[in-house]
Design a protein around this ligand. Structure first.
Ligand code: ZN
Ligand code: ZN
Ligand code: ZN
Length: 378
């Protein structure tokens, strides 16, 4: 995959982000961030580096110059990445070098290494090597510093999420053409995966086609089950766009006439999803969005069948902060992007979930998905 480093990176990955991350690091009392290939590294530098056993690592001291440790064989890739715009030193290391010792020595020169922030998705083998190389340092998660930045999407990031939303909507629009009685979930899933790429995604992240009783398992993916007439089918799909931002949307289809008990709770679910979307505005807590959906489902007697939180943040990762869950008192702020996806699951029978991605604006929640919420009869 080639990324146009000029158009994409300047907007989505502004060079000012390095300074913002450094400031946040200093404010958190952390001496340096150590970012190995991960969404954290991509967020700060724009560099989508391969996660490998050889160490690639952005070292961002709160006092001192940032540098990128990079295996010599990865140097050309790093130099062609958006990280080359940051004006930081690239430090190539050879196969017989100890890159962890190099990082430790360099950090020693810029002062204290009392606390280091490791990329949330750093491999354990790397975090333990860092522990040995910098034995005095307390290791904390870089996410504790970067979460506040990553949760508040910039206008360019919001635009990227809208683009991802439009792409997955275009796939949902084709699903009725793929679904019919007699086909297996896997056959339908293959068609959907192709359509996800054709719609502009660079990768397929997940394809859930959950027919009949499988619909009661929220993260059922695909099976060889043959879809039968009169069965509801939960279709939850998503992928990553070339710029890095993710899509995620769920709709429910029914192959022929739906069962009466299903229609009854689908209507409840639709009202719950709408109520949660309507509750979004700056200043309200994340948990209050969850409560808005849950109260309706509970009042109708389906509370014990709503077995997960209402949503998750989305951006460079499909699941990231903020989580829309009881106990999360974080106040919503403009730029927060997250799913609203209540579900009702009757074990062994069928289930349903409706999911849109929303961005919190000054005026309330803006949906990036626009497919109809009604049960779609195919
Ligand atoms: Zn999920
Ligand atoms: Zn989701
Ligand atoms: Zn989903």
């Amino acid at each position: 995959m080639t990324i146009d480093a000029t158009t994409e990176s300047s907007d989505l990955y502004p060079v000012t982000r390095l300074a913002a991350a450094r400031e946040a690091t200093a404010a958190a009392g952390i001496d340096a961030l150590l970012l190995t290939p991960s969404p954290d590294l991509r967020y700060v530098t724009g560099y989508e580096a391969l996660p490998l056993e050889r160490l690639t690592c952005l070292v961002l001291p709160s006092a001192g110059e940032a540098f990128l440790m990079v295996p010599r064989l990865e140097l050309p890739a790093a130099e062609h990445s958006p990280a080359s715009r940051l004006g930081i030193e690239f430090v190539p290391w050879d196969e017989t070098d100890d890159p962890y010792a190099v990082v430790a020595a360099r950090l020693g020169k810029v002062g204290g290494v009392g606390r280091v922030g490791l990329a949330d998705r750093m491999w354990a083998m790397q975090s333990l090597r860092f522990r040995d190389a910098i034995p005095g340092a307390e290791q904390v998660l870089a996410g504790s510093v970067l979460r506040d930045l990553r949760m508040r999407k910039s206008p360019a990031e919001t635009a990227a999420l809208r683009e991802a939303g439009a792409a997955i909507d275009a796939v949902h629009a084709q699903v009725p053409g793929f679904l019919r009685a007699g086909r297996t979930e896997r056959e339908v899933g293959r068609d959907i995966a192709e359509a996800i790429i054709a719609a502009g995604h660079s990768t397929v992240d997940f394809v859930i086609v959950a027919s009949g009783p499988n619909g009661a398992s929220p993260h059922h993916e695909l099976s060889d089950r043959v879809i039968g007439a009169g069965e509801p089918v939960v279709v939850d799909i998503g992928g990553q766009m070339p710029g890095g931002y993710c899509s995620d949307s769920t709709r429910v289809y029914c192959v022929g006439e739906p069962p009466a008990d299903f229609v009854k709770y689908y209507d409840v679910l639709q009202r719950a999803q709408q109520a949660a979307c309507d509750a979004v505005r700056p200043g309200v807590s994340c948990e209050s969005i969850d409560a808005a959906a849950r109260e309706i489902i509970e009042a109708e007697g389906y509370g014990r069948y709503f077995i997960h939180r209402t949503g998750h943040g989305i951006g460079l990762e499909t699941h990231e902060e903020p989580y829309i869950v009881a106990g999360n008192t974080e106040p919503m702020a403009p730029g927060f992007a997250f799913s609203v996806e209540p579900g009702i699951y009757l074990p062994g029978v069928h289930g349903a979930r409706i999911e849109d991605i929303l961005v919190c604006t000054e005026d309330g929640g803006e949906r990036v998905n626009h497919r109809p919420h009604e049960l779609i009869i195919v």
